[in-house]
Ligand binder design. Structure first.
Ligand code: ARG
Length: 251
């Protein structure tokens, strides 16, 4: 009888052990990214999503004991999808702004990237948006680059052209359909200096004219996911392990 009870207890203990072990399986987060924004997020020749953001999030996941899966998602609608629960977070070079903070929660800032102006190599006397008075300037729709054009377009009589992807704006610039592009500095540098297609055809003018910090976005109030991401991200940033990742992608 006693032996039966003891065996029973052992079985119960075993069951509890199994259940609690199963609970400890690492959390898997699905992360949406508009992978058309080199060198932050892009698709390589093997169709893998790669880039600075991807490496940084993978490092954060490793440090924080969770796993991530990136999902390519169009920028236009990426925050609506977050709100609808289609994925757990957005890591897509998203600038933390007061306006966005009203509807989205952000992780700790992880990268500083201001807006900068790109023009054709032969464009002379252009260093700021004001120098493009009466001209056409492009940006990706719904980005802080587009918001900067919004601010001056009436005063400067600038025609704003927005694109679903920044690569389309850059192509239009090279083909002479528009006169300038406003975009995040690392992406501008990537097109101007790294792209085999565009090398020599474009230049960056002036200095970054905004100060912007990237953050990982989660649905408003989703502290559970935010805490997981922040814990991992802070470990990477505190250790300075983001430096090597930045050096790898920002040449
Ligand atoms: N930093 C800018 C913003 O938040 C542009 C981000 C665009 N990101 C992208 N993956 N297309 O508005």
């Amino acid at each position: 009888m006693l032996r039966k009870i003891l065996t029973g207890l052992m079985l119960v203990g075993l069951a509890i052990g199994v259940v609690s072990c199963a609970k400890k399986a690492p959390t898997k987060l699905t992360i949406a990214t508009d992978s058309t924004f080199p060198p932050m997020e892009m698709v390589d020749t093997n169709k893998n999503i790669v880039g600075l953001d991807v490496d940084l999030m993978n490092a954060a996941a490793k440090a924080g004991g969770f796993t991530v899966e990136f999902k390519s998602t169009a920028w236009d609608g990426i925050f609506a999808g977050l709100d609808n629960g289609k994925y757990d977070a957005v890591m897509s070079s998203v600038t933390i702004t007061d306006e966005r903070k009203k509807t989205i929660d952000f992780s700790v800032p992880y990268f500083n990237a201001g807006q900068i102006l790109v023009v054709k190599t032969e464009a002379n006397g252009v260093t700021t948006l004001d120098d493009l008075k009466g001209k056409t300037v492009g940006a990706q729709i719904g980005t802080t680059g587009a918001f900067e054009i919004d601010k001056v377009k009436v005063a400067d009589k600038i025609t704003e052209k927005t694109y679903d992807e920044i690569g389309l704006a850059v192509a239009d610039l090279v083909n002479g359909r528009i006169d300038g592009v406003v975009v995040d500095t690392p992406t501008a540098a990537n097109y101007v200096l790294q792209s085999d297609t565009y090398k020599g055809k474009l230049k960056i003018v002036g200095k970054p004219f905004t100060e912007e910090y990237y953050g990982v976005a989660v649905k408003k109030g989703n502290t559970k996911v935010l805490d997981i991401i922040n814990a991992g991200l802070k470990k990477v940033l505190d250790a300075g392990d983001n430096k090597a990742i930045e050096d790898k992608w920002l040449k």
